[in-house]
Design a protein around this ligand. Sequence first.
Ligand code: NDP
Ligand code: 8X3
Length: 250
Amino acid sequence: MSKVVLITGATAGFGAAAVRRFAASGWRVIATGRRTERLQALVDELGSRNVHAAAFDIRDTAAMDVALDAIPADFRDIDLLVNNAGLALGTLPAQDASLDDWNTMIATNISALVTLTHRLLPKLIERKGAIINISSVASTYPYTGGNVYGGTKAFVRQFSLGLRSDLHGTGVRVTSIEPGMAETEFTLVRTHGDQSASDKLYQGARPMTAEDIADTIHWVATLPPHLNINRLELMPVSQSFAGFQVDRQH
Ligand code: NDP
Ligand code: 8X3
């Protein structure tokens, strides 16, 4: 019987590419996200024997539980959880940022991720499975306007390392993948729908692609079971680090 992966945030970007990558190598995939029509398009493209669509807002724990209870028998033995759903909202410095945006990021990137992980841990332990969490380079390198987004991704990285420790002896593997700039709908969402801002950021920058990250997730997941990648940071060649800033006015 082929393995089963549950991928959150499967309606776009890394998640949609990961659904295709895992389905192509024979995994059965539970694809989640809010946009039902996009999930259905994946089922139509890849087949209902290979993909089960579970549409819910990941911040809604009751809806999550209904969706988990409705997973068909063929997809219930989950071997891998890919916690990918997430978002950045806004690029303003903390003093000008929206508190609603901050709370949405915390609810999605942290609270929903830990809730789903908690729900699936018994099954993942039973299966000697794996968890791959999508963090970000923003978890390590601060930048102006990254405030709460970077904080949520630092949580994801540290939670991943903590899980490794707690799951010692269970055979469950845990990885934090920390990508830099990749062209997806990420910037469109971050700018509240400003397509020109998104196009401008990626234009000429040779960003990573969703497929680059999907291949990386798939590679981590298919390593021999005695190997654990703890953290994996990757960037496009065109992106690197900037220096500190110094204020000479005050
Ligand atoms: P996209 O915006 O293309 O995809 C985000 C996915 O998250 C969508 O499928 C969306 O589904 C889902 N999602 C967001 N909010 C919710 C919600 N409330 N309930 C259910 N699903 C939700 O972005 P990426 O593919 O780029 O991002 C994937 C992950 O990678 C995120 O965690 C992001 O922070 C991280 N990341 C992205 C980088 C980049 O440069 N692109 C770099 C580093 C990390 P829907 O809207 O249908 O619900
Ligand atoms: C997304 C990468 O550099 O925009 O997590 O924060 S970055």
